[in-house]
Design a protein around this ligand. Structure first.
Ligand code: GAR
Length: 189
């Protein structure tokens, strides 16, 4: 049995797709959904899927080992960031080498780094008149959006596209690919 923990700060549509994808698989368990945001939509989605939720605050994340110990006590094999907006503390990266992955809503190294998340990314893509955007799934290190890239997929950006249009296309790509790539990474452990 492989055990996954998913971190999410927002709506949680990617977390839900991953949970649905693995639901029929007896060898994989989504053991925990973790969020730093008590208002996050992911909490309702997790309840609907009968998945345990842990809400934590910034102080306990950066100044204590609570989350690290929780992941270790639960024997988590892979940490999946799905719309999680905080930098992962060094101790956590060190404890899970090549076992934390993230999805970024652009074609890294473009449109990455601090402050580049969620809709800010799509607004920047439209403002720069890009002709394409996409998704990047990568290993996580102690810097924003810089770990080794595992997978990318792209989509066209039309001159008439708004940031909301781009967000819609990107979410479709994410839902199509992230669960499958999580499975590939899991199988490689
Ligand atoms: C996704 O588009 C994900 O790529 C992005 O947040 C969105 C979360 O959507 N992540 C980042 O920007 C991380 N830097 P969701 O809550 O519906 O899964």
């Amino acid at each position: 049995m492989k055990r996954i923990a998913i971190f999410a700060s927002g709506s949680g549509s990617n977390a839900e797709k991953i949970a649905e994808y693995f639901a029929p698989n007896p060898d994989v368990e989504i053991s925990l959904i973790l969020t730093n945001n008590p208002q996050a939509g992911v909490i309702q989605r997790a309840r609907k899927l009968h998945l345990p939720v842990v809400v934590f605050d910034r102080k306990s994340f950066y100044e204590t080992n609570r989350i690290l110990q929780l992941l270790q006590n639960q024997h988590i094999d892979l940490v999946v960031l799905a719309g999680f907006m905080m930098l992962i503390p060094e101790a956590l990266v060190a404890a899970f080498p090549n076992r934390i992955i993230n999805i970024h809503p652009a074609l890294l190294p473009k449109f990455g780094g601090k402050g580049m998340y969620g809709d800010f990314v799509h607004e920047a893509v439209v403002a720069a008149s890009e002709v394409e955007s996409g998704i990047t799934i990568h290993y996580v290190n102690e810097r924003y959006d810089e770990g080794v890239i595992i997978f990318q997929a792209s989509c066209p950006v039309e001159p008439t596209d708004t940031a909301a249009n781009v967000a819609h296309k990107i979410h479709a790509l994410e839902h199509q690919h992230y669960p499958r790539v999580v499975e590939e990474v899991l199988n490689s452990l």
